[in-house]
Write a protein that binds this ligand. Structure first.
Ligand code: ZN
Length: 91
C-alpha cells in the first residue's frame, strides 16, 4: 500500500512527521445518560422493550457503548512512533 501522509483534511495513512504507519485515531463519542435528579441513580430502559432496567447486564451496557460509537463527535490522529498529534477533526 502506498504511504500517504495525513493532510490538513485528515486524509492519508501515515504520519506526516516521521512517515510511520503506526498511527491511531482517537475518537470521542457522545454517551447520553439519564439520572434521577434527587438520588443521582442512573435510569436505564431496555432498548427494545422500553422496560425499566434495575440490574442491567454487561451485555445491555455494552450495547449502549456500541450504539454511541455510531456517532463520533470529533477525532484526532496520534503517531505511536514519534508522538505527532494532529489537529482536531469534526464531521
Ligand atoms: Zn510519526
Amino acid at each position: 500500500m502506498v504511504k500517504t501522509p495525513i493532510d490538513k483534511n485528515g486524509k492519508g495513512n501515515c504520519c506526516p512527521k516521521c512517515g510511520s504507519k503506526k498511527v491511531s485515531v482517537h475518537m470521542q463519542y457522545p454517551l447520553f445518560v439519564e439520572e434521577d435528579l434527587n438520588t443521582g441513580k442512573e435510569i436505564l430502559y431496555h432498548l427494545s422493550t422500553g422496560e425499566r432496567l434495575y440490574n442491567p447486564t454487561i451485555r445491555e451496557l455494552a450495547l449502549r457503548y456500541k450504539l454511541a460509537k455510531l456517532d463520533a463527535q470529533c477525532w484526532i490522529y496520534k503517531c505511536r512512533k514519534c508522538d505527532w498529534v494532529s489537529e482536531m477533526f469534526t464531521p
